[in-house]
Design a protein around this ligand. Structure first.
Ligand SMILES: [Zn+2]
Length: 109
């Protein structure tokens, strides 16, 4: 559907950018080392909001992050994706309103 693009940055640079204040964060973890920063060269995929029951599925293939539709999407329906934030970082509350909402953007396990 759309590829999540952005500048490819190392673990150290990811930490540095995450700590920067007053900056919009569009970081997507690719693997144990690399992160894509959608704020630099993003395709637009970085603006898609989180939902616990999203209509988009994330597929990581050959170093690329691909957003695929999980189910038929109605015209005008908002595109959403599950951010799968680590359970080990600060917990961010979720108010997506989905029936299956887990109450946080982070993974529980
Ligand atoms: Zn939710």
């Amino acid at each position: 559907m759309i590829e999540y693009t952005g500048e490819r940055i190392s673990r150290k640079e990811t930490r540095r950018r995450s700590d920067e204040q007053g900056r919009l964060i569009y970081l997507f973890t690719l693997d144990n080392y690399w992160t894509l920063d959608g704020a630099v060269g993003g395709s637009g995929a970085e603006y898609i909001n989180h939902c616990c029951d999203p209509n988009i599925l994330t597929v990581i293939r050959n170093g690329h992050i691909l957003y695929m539709s999980r189910r038929p999407i109605r015209k005008g329906e908002e595109l959403t994706v599950d951010y799968h934030f680590s359970k080990d970082i600060e917990r961010i509350p979720c108010k997506c309103g989905a029936e299956k909402c887990r109450g946080t953007i982070n993974l529980l396990i």
